[in-house]
Design a protein around this ligand. Structure first.
Ligand code: ZN
Length: 322
């Protein structure tokens, strides 16, 4: 009797141990599946919309303005809650007239010890005035889409990453300064050139003494309520497999927002300098933003939480899909 009871107890313990082992096995194998662990439903478009509204309080957010520094402080404060290792890259840029501009790129590193790196980037500076506005070309340019949407995209992604199991790659989020050029007029300046991303690319070794990042994805103008993301030619030339991968994930999440069409013209943005530095890089942008582009009408009501969420959830799934 005693031995029999003991045997029953033992077989029950063995069965329980087998069940625990089976559960552990399932959990251990789960991250191997493509995209597992991403929990994309946590990425919240309305939170991102609030982020854009916050940034609009600092307009203009262009070089040498109070709003520029307020934007830096805002980004750093948001990143401080995520557990990422945040550093700034500072330098002084002298323009053609010899005028100095204080520049700051902000870099947030997730899993800094992971040798596999992927860059997720945007620019945070805005243009200084609404030069394309037919009625008020000297008025401030709010820049809800260009450039607050990219910043909100990264900050909401950073928040969600802080809640989730680690993805297979270490992520470096970069908030570039000076994408709108030395006059902060973007395409309104015939001598436009991006300032922050080429500086970062020229000092790549400071951040990557060994291997370069495996790829980079750059976001700009991603909140438009009628979002149609076309594939960009420079990006296809530099990182075609990554563009295809990103768009395939996106088409499954939001078919109306991800188009297989190619943009009419190549678009130079912060992906250009990164690609030239040998990092396969691509741009996610909806450049069909008329008649609002770089006018006083680039305001929050042109954006939607649904558009931001479509792109944000695609990014999250992309980062968890090796
Ligand atoms: Zn932009």
């Amino acid at each position: 009797m005693r031995s029999c009871r003991r045997e029953r107890g033992r077989s029950f313990r063995l069965a329980a141990r087998a069940a625990v082992f089976a559960i552990a096995l399932v959990l251990a194998l789960a991250p191997v599946a493509a995209g597992a662990g991403a929990r994309t439903e946590l990425w919240d478009g309305q939170r991102a919309m609030h982020g854009i509204a916050d940034l609009l309080r600092f307009t203009p957010r262009s070089l040498d303005t109070v709003g520029h520094q307020q934007t830096i402080d805002y980004i750093k404060a948001a990143l401080a809650k995520t557990g990422a290792v945040v550093t700034t890259q500072r330098w002084v840029y002298r323009d053609d007239a010899g005028k100095p501009h204080k520049m700051t790129n902000i870099i947030a590193r997730f899993q800094p010890a992971n040798p596999r790196r992927v860059i997720v980037a945007t620019h945070y500076d805005s243009i200084v005035r609404a030069y394309r506005d037919a009625h008020h070309p000297d008025a401030p340019m709010p820049g809800a889409n260009n450039s607050a949407s990219g910043v909100a995209m990264l900050l909401e992604t950073a928040r969600v990453l802080s809640l989730l199991p680690k993805p297979p790659v270490g992520i470096d989020m970069i908030f570039f300064d000076g994408e709108e050029g030395p006059k902060s007029l973007g395409a309104g300046d015939p001598n436009w050139r991006a300032l922050g991303s080429p500086y970062f690319a020229a000092h790549l070794h400071d951040f990557y003494p060994g291997r370069k990042p495996e790829q980079a994805v750059v976001f700009d103008m991603v909140c438009y309520r009628d979002l149609h993301l076309k594939q960009e030619p420079f990006s296809l030339a530099a990182a075609m497999p990554e563009v295809k991968k990103f768009w395939k994930i996106g088409a499954a999440i939001a078919p109306h927002a991800f188009s297989t069409q190619v943009t009419r013209y190549p678009i130079s943005d912060d992906q250009t300098a990164l690609s030239q530095a040998g990092i396969p890089s691509f741009l996610v942008i909806d450049f069909d933003y008329e008649p609002f582009f770089n006018t006083t009408q680039d305001t929050l009501d042109k954006c939607s939480g649904a558009s931001l969420q479509a792109v944000g959830r695609t990014l999250l799934q992309y980062l968890y899909t090796p």
